[in-house]
Each structure stands twice: as C-alpha cells, then as structure tokens.
Design a binder for this molecule. Structure first.
Ligand SMILES: [Zn+2]
Length: 138
C-alpha cells in the first residue's frame, strides 16, 4: 500500500493547493515513475499548465510545479536515466513516452481541469457545487 508520501519528492511545499485549478488524480498504487511520466506528458501537452494538484487515491499529496518538476527530470531524477530529458533548457525536450496516456476532463462552467491516468472510471465531478460532471477532452 503506497500512501501519498510516495510522491513527496515531486511536491513543491511552497505552493498553496488553493491556487491551483488543475488536479491530477492518481490511482491507488501508481508508482512514482508512472506518475512522473504522466506529469511529463501533462506539462508537455499543455503549455498553459504550470502546476497541478496531485491527488493520490483521493488524498491530497500536494502541488507539483512545472519549474520544480523540470529540475527533477534528469538522469538522477525519477526517470533514473532511462529516458533523460534535456537538462531543463525547455527547447529540446524529448517527446513523451508512448506507452503512457493521460485523460483530460474540464468543467464547462468554470474551466477547472482534472487529469487522470485511467479512462475506465466515471467522469469526475467538478468540486464546485452544482457544476456536475466534467467533460472528457479529446
Ligand atoms: Zn466547475
């Protein structure tokens, strides 16, 4: 059983969860490497996304910022040299790994976003009361 502490290395404790409108819901038991790869995909796919609130099996783990994540993704970071990404210059990033997929859900009323690694679960509901289920983006 892995708790939210599994992802502690990814978390930027200086950022308040309240300031982050995007959540990344991680299934129970996801490895640090899986989560790091998925975060790589998220930051790669959405240039507007500078931080995500990491939720591990419905427990708030904390905020992962793009800037801090980029300092971690190095041969000594979570990828352990398997797929080193150019040392954070932002211009020569390798493509995301092909065997990971991230699903994006957006609230049509307030624009909040939830990312998930699995699609075969009901769409998340917006945390704002009355907004209802979020829509999956293609
Ligand atoms: Zn909403």
């Amino acid at each position: 059983m892995q708790g939210s502490n599994t992802y502690q290395i990814l978390i930027d404790p200086a950022v308040s969860p309240d300031s982050v409108p995007r959540r990344f819901q991680v299934p129970a038991g996801a490895s640090l490497e899986d989560v790091a790869n998925a975060l790589d995909l998220i930051f790669h796919a959405d240039s507007q996304c500078d931080a995500v609130l990491l939720m591990a099996a419905d427990q708030m783990a904390g905020v992962v910022t793009r800037a801090r994540f980029r300092t971690l993704v190095s041969p000594s970071g979570p990828h352990r040299g398997e797929r080193p990404v150019g040392a954070g210059d932002g211009a020569s990033l390798a493509g995301p790994p092909v065997d990971y997929e991230v699903f994006t859900y957006r609230c049509q009323r307030c624009g909040k976003v939830v990312y998930r690694m699995e699609a075969d679960v009901p769409a998340p509901a917006c945390e704002e009361s009355g907004h209802g289920a979020m829509d999956r983006e293609a």
